[in-house]
Design a binder for this molecule. Structure first.
Ligand SMILES: Nc1nc2c(c(=O)[nH]1)N[C@H]1C(S)=C(S)[C@@H](COP(=O)(O)O)O[C@H]1N2
Ligand SMILES: [Mo]
Length: 264
């Protein structure tokens, strides 16, 4: 019996000791370890999501200055945007505004790619206009079509048939040019520009030195020798003018691919 008692006591002691190892303190630690394990697994999941995100949204990745070296950002940005980026260091508000402006500009340029080419008439006019080729063609009351004589700088010459609208009629009747206007600039997409006085644009009697019976106004042509200009090769509008007098080298005064007409 004594043996049994000793064994019982031993069993009790063992039970007590093992009970101590399950003290509330140890329990807390165990729970904490479990929690840590869980949160590490959570982090792993988050990490997986984060590595996927930049692929889905490269725009965010580009804008993160911590991920890109400043030189990389400057190299990737067009000059105009780089300047804006430097300005934006001055305040957070401008950073936001400028970023929005950049995005707006991007969408604007993609819109203009889809848009039809148009000729702009701006400056001293009551009705500034942006005209597509179809809108210009629809101005049937001011269309002028004729063989124009041309003389070039090195003495080459010839006749070319043009169809277009009378420039002065366009400015006077459609754009409602101001009475105070003195100058009209015809500006091409490549920067080529011809400036004319109002009197020169008003003139309806330009000549063909080889044919005294002919008289011409300045015209904005969209068709040459029966063929329309290919819009793929630039804005399909060309300023054509006859000669002021015999010997007038008029061909260089023509302006291909007109972008805008500025009235001053
Ligand atoms: N946009 C644009 N128009 C321009 C030029 C030019 O370089 N760019 N050159 C001018 C010159 S110098 C000449 S001689 C004529 C040539 O006309 P063509 O292109 O019908 O041959 O275009 C004139 N118009
Ligand atoms: Mo020329």
């Amino acid at each position: 019996m004594k043996k049994y008692k000793i064994i019982l006591v031993l069993v009790l002691i063992v039970a007590l000791i093992s009970g101590c190892s399950n003290s509330p303190q140890n329990n807390k630690e165990n729970v904490q370890i479990e929690k840590n394990k869980e949160s590490q697994e959570d982090k792993k999941e988050v990490a997986v999501i984060n590595t996927e995100k930049p692929e889905e949204e490269p725009i965010n990745n580009e804008k993160s200055e911590t991920e890109n070296k400043p030189e990389d950002i400057i190299q990737d940005m067009p000059i105009e945007e780089t300047t804006r980026g430097e300005e934006s260091i001055l305040s957070e508000e401008t950073t936001n505004e400028n970023n929005q402006t950049i995005i707006e500009n991007e969408s604007e340029s993609s819109e203009t790619e889809e848009k039809e080419v148009a000729i702009k008439i701006e400056g001293l006019a009551d009705n500034e206009l942006t005209l597509t080729l179809d809108e210009l063609k629809a101005m049937v009351d001011i269309i002028f079509e004729e063989d124009f004589y041309w003389l070039n700088s090195f003495g080459s010459k010839g006749h070319t048939h043009f169809k277009g609208v009378n420039l002065w009629s366009l400015l006077e009747q459609k754009a409602l040019i101001s009475a105070t206007a003195t100058k009209v600039s015809i500006i091409a997409q490549d920067g080529y520009q011809m400036d004319f006085s109002i009197e020169q644009v008003k003139e309806q009697d330009y000549i063909d030195e080889t044919n005294p019976e002919k008289n011409y106004p300045m015209i904005i042509a969209w068709e040459e020798n029966g063929e329309e200009y290919d819009p793929e090769e630039g804005a399909p509008f060309k300023l054509v003018v006859g000669q002021k007098e015999a010997g007038d080298v008029n061909k260089p005064q023509w302006v291909s691919n007109i972008d805008r007409i500025v009235i001053e």
